[in-house]
Design a protein around this ligand. Structure first.
Ligand SMILES: Cc1cc2nc3c(=O)[nH]c(=O)nc-3n(C[C@H](O)[C@H](O)[C@H](O)COP(=O)(O)OP(=O)(O)OC[C@H]3O[C@@H](n4cnc5c(N)ncnc54)[C@H](O)[C@@H]3O)c2cc1C
Length: 268
């Protein structure tokens, strides 16, 4: 979807999908704080509901025979020669022909005893979802404000505000004051967001790598592949990463060059 650059004064503050009525050759100027009008097209971003997406993918996988074991905790990977021989869990051992490591920020600790170094650091972010009841003119398009470092996305009658990057280790506890501060940071532009019913609060840990790129590819163990470290873009990169891992698991060459995502690139 083409995107439009939005301005506050003469500063770029957001990218939104381009309304079809907006003329690229003759963009209106932007002058006041709430004057979101000036535009130049871009094609770099889209938005969607992550819960709907993941639940939908899970349902498709179930129909194809995938069995999910929610609540099962992996404790250790057992190794024989240069192969993973078993996964030890709180629900007993599991074994498979091939294994894919995809545990987000917890990936590193599981394979450290195997001599695989993955520099993945948890970086905390917050999300607050508000009811839109009664605000009929709320933006229907996603917004990214690079000044305030917040994203705003509408899902039907809900409005989600996300942002922040905290370096607090493994602590994923939610702090309502931090989520409230996110909302406060945009109420000068959208006063309608003040004092709305909070539908959902969430804090999560983004699995960041030093170079901001995911870690995807084979590992030193011949039946273990890695698909992790997607940082702040795990949803965006999920399908592309899955296509790469799918090819590797099937013994085929991925469609893209994966050298830049290599497990070995950090030389740990
Ligand atoms: C506030 C916020 C906003 C974001 N917004 C966006 C966005 O707009 N677009 C985007 O693309 N990305 C976004 N992200 C990033 C995205 O959420 C992550 O990149 C993505 O979740 C990473 O996916 P993952 O499956 O690799 O890891 P995770 O989602 O962390 O999943 C890892 C899973 O492994 C499980 N696990 C860990 N250890 C074990 C174990 N020992 N045994 C069993 N299970 C285990 C965990 O319970 C978890 O379910 C955002 C993140 C945050 C925090």
């Amino acid at each position: 979807m083409p995107l439009t650059t939005l301005c506050r004064g003469n500063q770029i503050v957001a990218l939104v999908p381009t309304p079809t009525s907006l003329s690229i050759s003759n963009p209106p100027s932007c002058s006041s704080a709430n004057d979101f009008t000036k535009g130049s097209p871009s094609t770099v971003d889209e938005s969607g509901d992550p819960a709907l997406f993941t639940e939908g993918i899970a349902e498709i996988c179930r129909r194809m025979g995938v069995e999910f074991r929610f609540g099962t905790k992996i404790r250790r990977l057992a190794v024989e020669r240069k192969r993973i021989s078993q996964v030890e869990t709180n629900d007993g051992p599991l074994d498979a022909d091939l294994y894919v490591l995809a545990l987000g920020k917890d990936s590193a600790s599981l394979v450290r005893p195997l001599g695989i170094g993955l520099p993945i650091y948890p970086v905390k972010g917050y999300s607050r979802t508000l009811s839109l009841r009664g605000w009929n003119t709320a933006p229907t398009m996603p917004l990214v404000d690079y000044d305030r470092r917040v994203g705003l996305v509408r899902f039907g009658d809900r409005f989600r505000i996300v942002g922040k990057a905290e370096f607090v280790g493994d602590d994923d506890r939610h702090d309502p004051r931090r989520a409230g501060a996110l909302v406060d940071s945009v109420t000068d532009v959208f006063p309608e967001l003040a004092a709305r019913e909070v539908i959902e609060d969430w804090a999560g840990l983004r699995p960041m790598t030093p170079d901001g790129m995911p870690i995807i590819g084979p590992s030193p163990y011949e039946n273990l592949f890695v698909n992790t470290g997607h940082g702040h873009l795990g949803l965006t990169l999920s399908c592309g990463s899955a296509a790469v891992i799918g090819s590797l698991v099937a013994g085929q060459a991925p469609e893209v060059d994966i050298a830049a995502y290599s497990v070995n690139r950090f030389r740990l």
